[in-house]
Design a protein around this ligand. Sequence first.
Ligand code: KIV
Length: 266
Amino acid sequence: MAGKITVNKIQKYKENGEKFTVLTAYDYSTAKYLDEAGIDIILVGDSLAMVALGYETTHCIGVDEMKIFTKAVSTGVTNAMTVTDMPFMSYNISLEKALENCSLMIKNGADAVKIEGCNDYIAEVIKRLTECGIPVMGHLGFTPQFLKTLGGYKIQGKTSDETEKLLNDAKKIEKAGAFSLVLEMVPENTAKYICENLKIPVISCGAGRFCDAQVLVSDDIFGKYSDFKPKFARKYGDMKSLISECAKQYIKDVKSGSFPSDEEVY
Ligand code: KIV
């Protein structure tokens, strides 16, 4: 891969019609391997609340935890862009608080932050962050931090009214200065329409084939995170079985006395 991924390179991908890739990571070694594999953007998603910490939703994670995970991931990364998800209510209380919390992620190694939703206030937050030198990735469609008001894990942008609202919000986010936008759980024709009408790259998370990039939760593609697999996630491995097999073999070897061997002692 040719050097550090920047917002300019991400924009060039869109202009050249070249797809780019995004995966989540929450720890140093995973981030390092993803970076070495050539992933363009590593997202320290607040999905880590569920995937890495076992919480039921993303609501219970805060700025202090996201700082720690951001530091770990960014330490493992050389070329990829590290984007940190701003956790629930960390940017909604006041503009001042939003700027302060987002700046903490940059100070801990993030190259950019991601924030969910759109209204006049959020657009102002994006504008001010960008003016302060903090690149922002927007997030529309199904937005997990709004799970309770959305009434569950529901596909967004199904009707023409919803599609127009999504496009208006997306344009507002673009105008405010965001460098990219995640669209989650949106029908692919809706996502295609939005993607064609935006200058900034659109990253699909279950939004079909016509977006500029794809993002998935890495534990889903590794087959590590429980038995639940969203329809849009493709499983490339079976880490759950691998971990279980390794642990069982280790237990067997210790109990039988075959570990440690002659070579494994001082
Ligand atoms: O938290 C997360 O992992 C995300 C992506 C799935 C888009 O927001």
